[in-house]
Ligand binder design. Structure first.
Ligand code: NAP
Length: 319
């Protein structure tokens, strides 16, 4: 039996529930691809999976779900449109390993020569979906957690969509400098005393859209910055605290608070967004910096994710 290195989750909790093990290389079934993985994205969802906030898709112990990038090794029966040797990306139900199974319904092709580590674009697909939540065209957007994966994509995609005012909220001045480079019109750290005033001054008529996955008081304070008819999109709750809304403000301004999950996005839209982002990466108009760790150093990678110091993405490299 051919073996591979994999990160196996044996329960729910801290890093101690994960271990690096030798596991059999899986066989692709009907409609599936076996992929030799070159890079794995460590997304915030992996922390939530590890903690059990999101239940594991396979009975534990199991290799953890992950977004991967790699090369097709072989295909199961009935597979069309994919060939061995092609570069692909997508979310594998057991992706934290040197080899992973990708169902073709979850797989996206990447061109040869595409920059290594830039192929994992699920954060960009989510950012596209979030930006599409406001009715009609928008001229301004306010993005919290802006130096993270979704934030880094959302700022650049907003810029590519010619959204005039892009407000970014971060947790440090270093991160604010980083998101300014990505294209934010105004970038403020919550540590600055006048952070709300600065954001308000950049969009005196108010923001058409707020994207937030932090929740809690920090998000609640941003609702008054929305324009008449504005939309707040809540797409996660990293602080674990609720967003509080003043009913009078909601009524007078005709505001909307909506939730959005990328799982509800139309598959045809996702494919189009993926292809557009591939082109944007190739032309140099989209790039999310990667912080790379070796697969064996997954514990350090999780610690970095949880430190809130990271700008851009964290990836694990298999070789
Ligand atoms: N709805 C969907 O379809 C969907 C899809 C993918 C991901 N998500 C969610 O989107 C969120 C962001 O994902 P990501 O990959 O962008 O994460 P990320 O890169 O790890 O972090 C984004 C930013 O969130 C802030 N943050 C981190 N921990 C926090 C905490 N405990 N409380 C408040 N803010 C915190 C940090 O910004 P500062 O410290 O600078 O504020 C960080 O830079 C997660 O909740 C994830 O589950 C939702």
């Amino acid at each position: 039996m051919h073996m591979m290195k994999a990160i196996v989750q044996s329960g729910y909790g801290g890093p101690e529930v994960l271990s690096l093990r030798e596991m059999p290389i899986p066989e692709p079934q009907a409609g599936e691809l076996l992929v030799k993985v070159s890079a794995i994205a460590l997304n915030y969802a992996n922390k939530l999976l590890r903690e059990g906030v999101f239940p594991a898709p396979s009975p534990l112990p199991a290799i953890m779900l992950a977004e991967v990038e790699g090369i097709v090794v072989s295909a199961g029966s009935g597979v069309e449109g994919f060939q061995p040797g092609q570069r692909v990306t997508g979310v594998s139900m057991q992706g934290f390993a040197e080899y992973a199974i990708l169902h073709t319904s979850q797989a996206f092709l990447l061109p040869d020569g595409f920059p290594a580590g830039q192929g994992m674009l699920s954060g960009g697909i989510t950012a596209h979906h979030l930006l599409a939540q406001a009715p009609g065209g928008i001229s301004s957007v306010l993005i919290t957690g802006a130096a993270g994966v979704i934030g880094s994509f959302a700022i650049q995609l907003a810029r590519l969509q010619d959204i005039r005012v892009i407000g970014a909220v971060t947790g440090s001045s270093d991160k604010s400098a980083y998101v300014k480079k990505l294209g934010a019109t105004v970038a403020v750290s919550r540590n600055e005393e006048d952070w709300l005033l600065q954001l308000g001054a950049a969009a005196p008529e108010g923001y058409a859209l707020l994207l937030d996955a932090g929740g809690g008081p920090a998000a609640s304070q941003l609702l008054p910055l929305l324009a008449h008819g504005g939309t707040a999109v809540l797409y996660g709750n990293m602080s674990g605290k609720p967003v509080e809304a003043d009913g009078n403000l909601m009524a007078f301004r005709s505001l909307r608070i909506v939730g959005a999950s990328v799982f509800a996005a139309n598959p045809a839209d996702k494919l189009r967004w993926h292809d557009e982002m591939v082109q944007a990466v190739q032309t140099g108009s989209l790039e999310v910096p990667v912080n790379a760790f070796a697969l064996e150093d997954f514990g350090d990678a999780f610690a970095a994710l949880e430190s809130r110091q990271i700008q851009g993405k964290i990836i694990l490299q298999t070789a």
